[in-house]
Every structure is written in C-alpha cells, then in structure tokens.
Design a protein around this ligand. Structure first.
Ligand SMILES: NC(=O)c1ccc[n+]([C@@H]2O[C@H](COP(=O)([O-])OP(=O)(O)OC[C@H]3O[C@@H](n4cnc5c(N)ncnc54)[C@H](OP(=O)(O)O)[C@@H]3O)[C@@H](O)[C@H]2O)c1
Length: 346
C-alpha cells in the first residue's frame, strides 16, 4: 500500500506539528481527484491557525490550502483529468482528505487546473489561495465581469478605467494587479519601495510607495477611482483606500481581505473576501466556482498569472514548525514558503 504521511494538528493548542505521521490513503469520490502532492505553499492563515485554532472547524486537522502535483487517481464522473496530469488546486472546505499538508490529498475538479509544462510545480503552488482571494474580490464582490471570450481566452471587459490595488507586493495583491489588468483596467498599485521592480513586472501602470505620507493625494491627482482591492487590510490601509474612493464623488467599492475595523462613508461599499471556507467553495456557489476556475485555467495556460517568488523549505513537511515560526515573526517577506511532501520522513 502507498504510504501517506501527513501533518496533523491534534487539538486547538497545536504546539509542534512535526513529525508527520502515517494516515489513511484517501479514495476520490464523485467529481474528485486523488493527487500526489509535490509542492504545497504556506499561507499567513496557517500561522493564525497555529496561534488560535479559531478558523479550524474540527480536530484532528490536516492543514494546507495550496497544492501542486500529479493526479494519482480519478473518481467517478471525472472528465478532462487523467492519472499523471500535472495540476494545481485550491483546497475546498471539509474533511481532512482535502488538507494539502500530506503526501496524497483529495481535490475537487472544480477548483483544479491543468498546468503547462513551462510552469514548475513549486511556482504553481504559490497561486491557488492568492488567485481565489483576488478573484473573489475583483470579480465576485466588486462586480467586474469575468474577462473571458466565447473561446475561453482571456479578453478585456473594460477600457480606459482605473483600478487601485493596495499592497501589490503581497501574493493576493500581486494576483489582484494581474486580474485587473486581464480585465482591461489601468492599475495604480501601492507597494513598499523594495518591491517596485516586481510590482512593475506584473503590468502595473503607476506604482506608489505606501509609506509615502502623501500617497492618497498622489493617487487622487492621477485618477478618479471607483474600485479598489486592499490586499493588506490593516486599519490604516483600508482608511487610505476609503479616502481615495470617497473623494471621487461617485459610488465606490472596496474589497478587503480582513474585516474592516473602522467605518466607511455611505458612498463607499466595503466587502470582505472569504476565499477559503465560504465563497466560492460553499454549497450554492458552484456556478461562481466554475467560472473562477475557467478563468484561472485560461490565465495559467496563457502565462498571464505570474507565480509569487518561492522559498523552498527542507525536510519535506517536517520543517512546518520552522515555517510557521517565520510567519509569526513576520519574516516571510516577498516570498512564499513551499514544502515538498514527497521528501518527508516519518
Ligand atoms: N479573506 C481571505 O479569504 C484571505 C485569503 C488569503 C489571505 N488573506 C489575508 O490577506 C493578507 C495578505 O495575505 P498574503 O498572503 O497575500 O500576503 P502576506 O504574506 O501577508 O504579505 C503581506 C505583505 O504586505 C506588506 N504590508 C504592508 N503593510 C503591512 C501591514 N501593516 N501589516 C502587514 N503587512 C503589511 C508586507 O510587506 P512589508 O512589510 O515588507 O512592506 C507583507 O510582505 C493576510 O492578512 C492574509 O491573512 C485573507
């Protein structure tokens, strides 16, 4: 029998997660794939889980949201995927079989994309949660139509309009820039100065330093904005986005990745992205998930979604405690930590 080593959080107080331990090998159900996880990425939310457990619905729990690997088995009713296909996917909510911090995990076909040979599995593992966070914000909450033509190719849906991304140097912010560009917007992005070259390489039209005290005035002088994505969503960053949008006069919309702690004037609607366990992976959102997956596939196939810089961790999944510690100390900057489950020793 094939071994399946997994990181398992036993209870709310996780303590140390390593070493990985052997768990059952899952069987794919209807519309599901069993995937050999070659690369899985760490997200800030893993450090929150480790601290508080507030978001984890049950224990014992196999963490991990982002995966890239090869299909090991297909469930009933699956078409378009076969054993050995290279894929990336976002973890759906639900049981431990879906956690990506294991050697073999389950994925739903909707939420999974094929990878071109030009995209490495390490690079692909940086995309899922960043893509879905930005996509739910830009398309579902801000109401931008999906930029897809009838042939399923990426095609712009607006022209001459501006879009603001606050914190384009983060994974979600970098994805938001690329999604807004794919839709045809001109993008103003804020970033730290250190990452200006990276943010520019994403296609950003205007980049401003988010630590510049005059940054809001500078944005207002360039364009009148009605749409913004705040990829950091600290009180000060959301307040800055709201100041930009409210000054434009017309109704503005802001998507935030963390709940808003202040208030917004009546002409700015603020909406909170929930890319993980709620939209678009919950019942009733199948149509939304299918559309966002189609767009993700088109962007990846056309090479229009650049991965975030990777920092590969040693020892397979057994360096997870080190990775979470780095995240808690805010030492994961301008890179995504990637683990290789197949190199894990039990
Ligand atoms: N709602 C959802 O569904 C969802 C999904 C995914 C992520 N998130 C949240 O979205 C946020 C971004 O996640 P991510 O993975 O894209 O990025 P990340 O790894 O958290 O990176 C954030 C970057 O933003 C910059 N930053 C600037 N000001 C900051 C501040 N006041 N506090 C913290 N960071 C600041 C930091 O750069 P410098 O400090 O180096 O300038 C940092 O590198 C996180 O809070 C995450 O928990 C939410």
């Amino acid at each position: 029998m094939t071994q399946n080593l997994a990181i398992v959080a036993p209870s709310v107080n996780w303590g140390h997660l390593a070493p990985a331990r052997a768990i059952e090998l899952h069987k794919p159900g209807e519309g599901e794939l069993l995937i050999k996880v070659v690369a899985t990425a760490q997200n800030p939310v893993d450090a929150f889980h480790a601290d508080t457990g507030w978001i984890v619905p049950f224990y014992p729990n196999v963490p991990g949201y982002d995966g890239a690997g090869t299909v090991a088995a297909v469930g009933a009713g699956v078409s378009g995927f076969a054993v050995h296909y290279r894929v990336a996917w976002m973890r759906p909510s639900g049981e431990n079989g879906y956690g990506t911090y294991q050697q073999y995990c389950l994925a739903k076909v909707s939420g999974t994309v094929h990878l071109p040979s030009t995209l490495s599995l390490d690079d692909a593992a940086t995309l899922p949660l960043a893509y879905f966070t930005a996509a739910v914000g830009v398309y579902t909450l801000l109401g931008v139509p999906l930029p897809l033509d009838e042939a399923g190719k990426v095609a712009p849906v607006v022209a001459g309009e501006w879009f603001l991304v606050w914190g384009a140097n983060s994974p979600a912010g970098a994805a938001a820039v690329q999604l807004a560009k794919a839709a045809g917007f001109q993008v103003i992005a804020t970033s730290n100065q250190e990452n200006f070259a990276y943010v520019k390489s994403l296609g950003t039209d205007v980049i401003l330093d988010y630590d510049d005290l005059d940054v809001v005035d500078k944005i207002q002088a360039i364009a009148s904005l009605s749409l913004a994505f705040d990829a950091i969503s600290q009180p000060s960053t959301s307040a800055a986005c709201i100041a930009v949008l409210s000054s434009a006069g017309a109704a503005g919309k802001l998507a935030v990745v963390r709940p808003l702690s202040g208030t917004a004037p009546d002409n700015v609607a603020v909406q909170h992205v929930l890319a993980r366990d709620a939209d678009p992976f919950s019942p009733g959102h199948e149509h939304e998930l299918e559309g966002l997956t189609r767009l993700w596939q088109a962007l990846v196939s056309e090479g229009r979604l650049r991965p975030y810089p990777v920092h590969a961790m040693p020892l397979g999944l057994n360096s997870v405690d080190k990775g979470i510690e780095l995240q808690k100390r805010e030492q994961v900057r301008a890179q995504t930590l990637v683990y290789h489950p197949q190199f894990t020793q039990g």
